[in-house]
Design a protein around this ligand. Structure first.
Ligand code: ZN
Length: 133
């Protein structure tokens, strides 16, 4: 049971297109993948930065939980995603350690990867995503 790498760093945005254009014009970063994830109420874009991705997330609609997040905190870094070899084993370990989880079971995330959020109310203060290819 190991963390293999940082899979992506996610930034919450109001309009994907505006941020994509900014990152391309100023940093030469290009979108490698776009996807809608209706279950999570988001539209995402991935920009590859030497094997680690920047993930931009935009609310799909008014009802999206991300919309409420943006109203409260504004755009900015939303979560860090760690690529793990076995997400089910990790979730079991975290539950055993009484770590607070946002998702008790793996969900389907971008690229069809299994993912789960670890609650930011733990000591890091940061939302951490676990994902498995
Ligand atoms: Zn993510």
């Amino acid at each position: 049971m190991t963390v293999k790498s940082i899979d992506h760093i996610s930034i919450a945005v109001r309009e994907l297109g505006v941020v994509e254009s900014f990152l391309e014009a100023n940093f030469g970063l290009k979108v490698s993948h776009r996807e809608e994830i209706p279950d999570q109420g988001v539209r995402i874009a991935f920009l590859d930065v030497g094997g680690v991705n920047i993930e931009l997330i935009e609310p799909l609609d008014e009802a999206s939980g991300l919309n409420k997040y943006l109203d409260k905190r504004g755009p900015g870094i939303h979560h860090i995603a760690l690529s793990v070899d076995n997400i089910n084993d990790f979730l079991s370990r975290l539950k055993g350690n009484r770590v607070r989880l946002t998702n008790e079971e793996p969900q389907e995330g971008g690229h069809g990867k299994k993912m789960a959020f670890v609650h930011p109310g733990n000591v890091t203060g940061a939302l951490i995503e676990l994902c498995e290819d």
